[in-house]
Ligand binder design. Structure first.
Ligand SMILES: [Zn+2]
Length: 362
């Protein structure tokens, strides 16, 4: 791995990712995958909270939903010579599969998803992969299954077994079950409008990544983990599609209140974490908007307005990565900063424009 001489981040970061002026982070891959940086503990806590609420482990559903995302991820990244190599009865060229998986594992490590090693690969049948230090194992398993489905064009299932502390073996196996056509179609429709913004970053002259990013994150590529240098938290970059896929699949299984539950859990975890005292700068000319100063480098969205109205406190965020999750985040950060509790609701005022209303809890 080569590191940028201007800012110290790995060179591929600048090659593959762009921090835009509208509060989003967009991959330079063919699918323009949108990414968001979140605290690993927030993600784990959210799924733990949902599991407690619905009474059964949701891990299997998360892995199932993420498979479609993994497939797209592979489609956008895997070099053409591997993707188009013969398949079916003819064994796939092992060197090509090794090259593709090495490339994908490296990319995943760079995003903070942990490290992976291919233990066994049987073309048309399945694979065994060792995963260490993952951010959240069901998401990585789903990604792995999706990559395999993409390479082999056969439906697969995936399961995982712990083999040590923070270490799992993932088994990807051929199945007769049909693929998730409906989810694939729904995700294809999920193209939010992008509202232009005026986010300005001071950028590294060599790789163009904002200095705010290189100052906030430290990448340990050997472990595949990202450390927030300001708060000490572990962070991870996730495809935004993951949240839409997970919400869709879990709503189908557990009912329509699921996205609402995700929002409320996010609000609670953000309120109870210490991050806001490091980021918030409500004293400057940004005023109340300063509470959300980490949104743009994280790719959460572009906070464009915040203030008091006759209805309560309102915040407008353009291009939110997921309306419910961002509304929860807005309310949680506001609560943490003001040390108060609020009741929040949100509307999508226009495509890509989220308005969050917060009223004090009496
Ligand atoms: Zn740089």
């Amino acid at each position: 791995m080569r590191y940028c001489k201007g800012c110290g981040l790995p060179v591929p970061y600048g090659k593959f990712l762009e921090w835009t002026s509208d509060g989003t982070i967009i991959g330079k891959d063919s699918a323009h995958t949108r990414l968001v940086y979140l605290k690993v503990e927030d993600i784990r806590n959210m799924f733990k909270g949902i599991t407690q609420r619905v009474g059964v482990s949701v891990d299997r559903y998360v892995a199932q939903a993420e498979k479609e995302v993994g497939k797209r991820f592979a489609k956008a990244l895997v070099p053409g010579f591997v993707a188009h190599a013969p398949r079916g009865r003819i064994a796939r060229p092992e060197i090509g599969v090794k090259a593709a998986s090495h490339f994908i594992f490296n990319y995943m490590g760079g995003l903070g998803m942990g490290c992976a090693e291919m233990l066994e690969y049987r073309s048309g049948q399945g694979a065994r992969i060792l995963i260490e230090n993952s951010h959240y194992i069901p998401l990585v398993v789903g990604d792995g299954a999706g990559v395999f489905e993409f390479l082999e064009r056969i439906p697969v299932t995936a399961r995982w077994e712990p083999v040590g502390p923070d270490s799992y073996v993932v088994y990807v196996e051929k199945t007769e079950q049909p693929q998730q056509q409906e989810l694939a179609q729904e995700l294809a429709l999920e193209k939010e409008a992008n509202i232009p913004g005026e986010v300005h970053f001071e950028r590294c002259p060599k790789c163009k990544i904002p200095f705010l990013v290189s100052r906030s994150l430290y990448l340990d590529l050997d472990k595949g983990s990202l450390r927030n240098t300001v708060t000490g938290d572990r962070e991870v970059a996730l495809p935004v599609e993951s949240f839409h896929a997970v919400a869709t699949v879990m709503t189908a299984h557990f009912g329509a209140e699921l996205p609402y539950l995700m929002e409320k859990l996010e609000q609670k975890h953000v309120r109870e974490s210490s991050g806001v005292r490091y980021y918030a700068d409500a004293s400057g000319d940004k005023g109340m908007l300063g509470i959300f100063s980490d949104f743009t480098w994280r790719g959460v969205g572009n906070p464009v307005w915040a203030g008091n109205t006759e209805r309560g406190v309102e915040v407008v965020v353009d291009n939110p990565f997921h309306p419910g999750m961002v509304a929860g985040r807005v309310a949680g950060q506001y609560e943490a900063w003001t040390d108060s509790l609020v009741r929040s609701s949100w509307t999508e005022e226009a495509p890509g424009r989220l308005r969050v209303l917060m009223e004090p809890v009496a």
